[in-house]
Design a protein around this ligand. Structure first.
Ligand code: URA
Length: 189
C-alpha cells in the first residue's frame, strides 16, 4: 500500500514488468484530480498518448473531453482518468491478458488512494476486466452495478464512436446517466 500519490507515481514511473515498457516513449500514469470521486478507465495509450505521457489526447480524447464538458466534468478538475495498461501496445493492438495482469496492480493502487464512488469503464477491454468478463458492451453499456461499495458502468469507447458516429447519442445517454448517479450519490462537480 502506497502512502501517497507521489510515492505511487514514482514507483510506477520506471516500470518494466512487461514488454510494453521496452517500447514506450512515455509511461502514461493518468491525468486528473486524485481527490475526485469519479474514475474513468480506458484501454491503453495510443500514439499521441505515448508521445505526450497523458491519456486520451488524440482524436478520441477530444471527443471524450466534449462529452465530459456537456455534463460539467473536466479532466483537470473533477475526475481522474487512467488506463488498463500504462504503456502503449505496439500498433495499438489490444493489451494482452498478461500485460493487463502485470499492470493492474498500479491501477489497484491508484484506486485505493483515490477511493472513487463511481468507476466508468471506457470500452470493452476495461469493462471486461473491471465489471464482468462476459459483458456485451453494445447491449450492456449504461447499466450500473455496485461492487465493493463502488458504482460502476461501462460506456462505448470514444474511438468506437469515431468509427461509427451513429452511436454517439447512445453514449451521450450514458454520460447523462453518470450525471444522475453523481446527483444521487451527492457528488458535487
Ligand atoms: N484510448 C484509450 O483507451 N486510452 C487512451 O489513453 C487513449 C486512447
Amino acid at each position: 500500500m502506497y502512502q501517497n500519490w507521489q510515492e505511487l507515481e514514482k514507483a510506477c514511473s520506471g516500470c518494466q514488468k512487461c514488454i510494453l515498457g521496452k517500447t514506450r516513449t512515455n509511461l502514461v500514469f493518468g491525468v486528473g484530480n486524485p481527490e475526485a470521486k469519479v474514475l474513468f478507465i480506458g484501454e491503453g495509450p495510443g500514439e499521441q498518448e505515448d508521445l505526450k505521457g497523458e491519456p486520451f489526447v488524440g482524436r478520441s480524447g477530444q471527443l471524450l473531453d466534449k462529452m465530459l464538458d456537456a455534463v460539467d466534468l473536466d479532466r483537470h478538475k473533477n475526475i481522474y482518468i487512467a488506463n488498463m495498461v500504462k504503456c502503449r501496445p505496439p500498433q495499438n493492438r489490444d493489451p494482452l491478458p498478461e500485460e493487463q495482469e502485470e499492470c493492474i496492480g498500479w491501477l489497484r493502487a491508484q484506486t485505493a488512494l483515490i477511493r472513487p464512488k463511481i468507476i466508468v469503464c471506457l470500452g470493452r477491454i476495461a469493462a471486461m476486466r473491471i465489471i464482468d468478463p462476459k459483458i456485451k458492451i453494445t447491449r450492456q453499456h449504461g447499466q450500473w452495478v455496485e461492487k465493493g461499495g463502488i458504482w460502476m458502468m461501462a460506456t462505448l469507447h470514444p474511438a468506437a464512436l469515431l468509427r461509427d458516429p451513429r452511436k454517439k447519442p447512445e453514449a451521450f445517454e450514458d454520460f447523462l446517466s453518470l450525471r444522475n448517479k453523481m446527483r444521487e450519490l451527492q457528488i458535487d462537480v
